[in-house]
Design a protein. Structure first.
Length: 225
């Protein structure tokens, strides 16, 4: 009797497992040392089995990036929605503008993602790995373009929220981008410093992180290039 075809859920589960192991390999050795053979050995399967799900390591890598950015965007959206619901229910004990509460929640979600998934975060944001421009003129250009669009969803989500903040004075695209980059660079610094463990020499600053995140968001209200 022929084996029944795998369901979409089963295929997704296998792909997720492949991606999780790929994250570890890329984080440990970079993209150049990453291979389907090494990945197969890590998974305990033949490399040719992986090709049933991804045509080559570049397709797998781009899928890995898209998945990570979409997960991050989803968590940021969920955090913003939850923060607004709590404020409407009077659970926060605070009164602030909706965009500010959203931005604080999204910033917190961004940092949590980085702290809870240090390897994945480094692959997405920190390591010197192939990016969208590196795929121009290759067979994966359209796939890389989709991946880049998925990545930009995170930035656009935060930028839209920043644009709705009640900040006095004229606002233009350059100023919006400056405020986004100021916030992003601060949050990235928090994640990178904590994950590197270098700050353990002077003490564990994890209890301070919520306050640092809120301060970073509030600084956006008073930042100009």
């Amino acid at each position: 009797m022929p084996r029944p075809a795998a369901t979409e859920a089963e295929i997704k589960a296998v792909k997720d497992q492949i991606i999780e192991e790929a994250i570890g390999l890329i984080h440990e050795g970079g993209f150049q040392k990453f291979s389907m053979r090494n990945l197969g050995a890590r998974l305990g399967i033949a490399a040719k089995t992986i090709y049933n799900y991804f045509t080559d390591k570049d397709e797998l890598y781009l899928a890995l990036l898209s998945r990570g950015f979409l997960q991050l965007e989803s968590q940021m959206r969920e955090a913003a929605t939850e923060a607004l619901q709590k404020e409407k229910a009077g659970e926060t004990g605070q009164s602030s503008s909706a965009p500010l509460r959203e931005l604080q929640a999204m910033a917190g979600a961004y940092v949590r993602f980085g702290l809870e998934n240090p390897g994945y975060y480094n692959v997405l944001f920190s390591l010197d790995l192939p990016r969208f421009a590196d795929y121009h003129g290759t067979k994966h250009e359209s796939l890389a373009e989709k991946q880049n669009d998925d990545a930009l969803r995170v930035a656009h989500l935060a930028e839209d929220c920043i644009s709705r903040l009640n900040i006095s004075g004229p606002v233009n695209a350059i100023l919006q981008q400056y405020r986004l980059m100021r916030l992003w660079s601060t949050l990235h610094g928090i994640v990178s410093l904590y994950n590197s463990r270098v700050t353990m020499e002077v003490g564990d600053f994890r209890p301070m992180i919520p306050g640092l995140v809120d301060d970073a968001v509030k600084q956006v209200l008073n930042s100009d290039p």
